[in-house]
Write a protein that binds this ligand. Structure first.
Ligand SMILES: Nc1ncnc2c1ncn2[C@@H]1O[C@H](COP(=O)(O)OP(=O)(O)OP(=O)(O)O)[C@@H](O)[C@H]1O
Length: 402
């Protein structure tokens, strides 16, 4: 997708309404003031009777035009099911899905005008690259005369113009995924769904494709994207907002920055960035400022915004303190105000060393601490632990009433 930044007459894929006959039906009832995507109390179940799996429970989500929302969650949490419900590959038991205000719950997939990219590329092996890209256009009944231009535009968007005559087996994994993206973009979708598009690629290629997806996003300022991943770094890199899913439900949704800095739940804190969750006792919470006690030592912390996590923080109640491994500092064990502890393990990771520290006051709670460089403190070394002034965040313990 290098060509995107070339600055030459960039195809305005997914931008203003076009006049193609295929799209006029879709755009006919479009309300441009409405969210690009709406899930309204969507429930999806697979199977029947005792073997029913509820894959989506009362799922609500709104995505604005031009916005990218990542659906993030562990395997089986319902992320792909949400995409399938929107794309029309699975029918909700109840609730509705809308595109730009129009209810599409009963519309066949091909009539929804949604671009879909999946992990496995799903290219037709016997068709050349340009035929693969043209396929969706034919099924959308785009006039023949327009197909060549659209295919060229889409391949240009993903930097694959020179590969139109190749067969999929003559391409690398990354190139195949670019073609799959071109095929999705060729129909000029207002909504693009990406289901783990980088999961089949090796780590290095994933990094470069991630940067290319960021460029693609910038080149499609009006296209709403729903991006399914279980990789938090992809979600942080690409999403305007992250919707965290667990057990078929949406548990938290906010900007990537807010969820990272002030996770409203222990699940999101742990899933997004592997935070330490240290048991603490609430002393008092006023607005977004908290004073807590960790093993008898007072610690100041942020509390989540009350509108996002309306938890009742009662004095002396047990809660959790969310601490990112890189934000904790180790000091001399005797330093004033520091919690005494001992290193129990140490793993050098190149630019940082991950130390595991047991606090004297809470020996069961092991803290992961990242220090810069190659730290050679052996297991058993006595240390002091300091929490950052602004970086500790109070989160409700699982089951804590909210
Ligand atoms: N076709 C199906 N028939 C029966 N159960 C299904 C089907 N598809 C998904 N499920 C079940 O629905 C639940 C949600 O699955 P889904 O694929 O949406 O999860 P996911 O979050 O996308 O997981 P992953 O990250 O592993 O792809 C899981 O329990 C899964 O086993």
């Amino acid at each position: 997708m290098r060509r995107i930044n070339a600055g030459l007459a960039r195809p305005r894929i997914g931008s203003a309404p076009t006049t193609s006959s295929a799209e006029s039906g879709i755009l006919g009832a479009t309300d441009y003031s409405a969210p690009a995507i709406t899930f309204d109390r969507v429930n999806v179940a697979y199977g029947r009777g005792k073997s029913t799996t509820r894959a989506l429970i009362d799922f609500n989500l709104r995505v604005s035009p031009g916005e990218t929302v990542a659906l993030l969650g562990p395997s089986g949490s319902g992320k792909s099911t949400a995409l399938k419900a929107l794309a029309g590959f699975t029918r909700p038991v109840s609730g509705s899905v809308r595109l730009a205000g129009r209810d599409i719950t009963d519309l066949p997939p091909a009539k929804r005008g949604i671009g879909v990219v999946v992990q496995s590329y799903a290219l037709f092996p016997h068709m050349r690259v340009s035929e693969n890209v043209a396929f969706g256009l034919r099924s959308h009944r785009v006039p023949r005369a327009e197909i060549g231009t659209r295919v060229a535009e889409a391949l240009e968007m993903v930097g694959m113009s020179a590969f139109g005559k190749r067969l999929p087996r003559e391409l690398s994994g990354g190139q195949q995924q670019r073609v799959a993206i071109a095929r999705a973009l060729a129909i000029r979708p207002k909504v693009l769904l990406l289901d783990e598009p980088l999961a089949a690629l090796d780590a290095q290629l994933r990094q470069s494709m991630l940067a290319e997806l960021q460029q693609l996003r910038a080149a499609l300022p009006d296209t709403a994207m729903l991006y399914v991943t279980h990789d938090q770094s992809e979600a942080l890199a690409l999403a305007d907002r992250i919707a965290v899913m667990r057990d078929a439900r949406l548990v938290d949704i906010d900007t990537a920055e807010n969820l990272w800095k002030r996770p409203p739940s222990s699940f999101t804190a742990a899933f997004l960035g592997g935070a330490n969750l240290l048991p603490c006792t609430v002393t008092r919470v006023i607005g977004t400022s908290a004073l807590v006690s960790v093993g008898g030592t007072p610690v100041t912390a942020h509390a989540p915004r009350p509108d996002i996590s309306p938890t009742e923080w009662e004095s002396d109640a047990g809660a959790l303190l969310c601490l990112r491994p890189h934000a904790i500092t180790l000091t001399a064990p005797t330093e004033r105000g520091a919690l005494p502890g001992r290193v129990t393990a140490s793993v050098w990771r190149g630019s940082t060393t991950r130390l595991t520290v047991a606090l004297a006051a809470l020996p069961d709670a092991l803290l992961e601490v990242d220090v810069t460089g190659h730290d050679e403190r052996p297991a058993g070394t006595a240390v002091g632990v300091r929490f950052p002034d602004q970086g500790a965040v109070l989160v409700p313990a699982p089951g804590q009433t909210s």
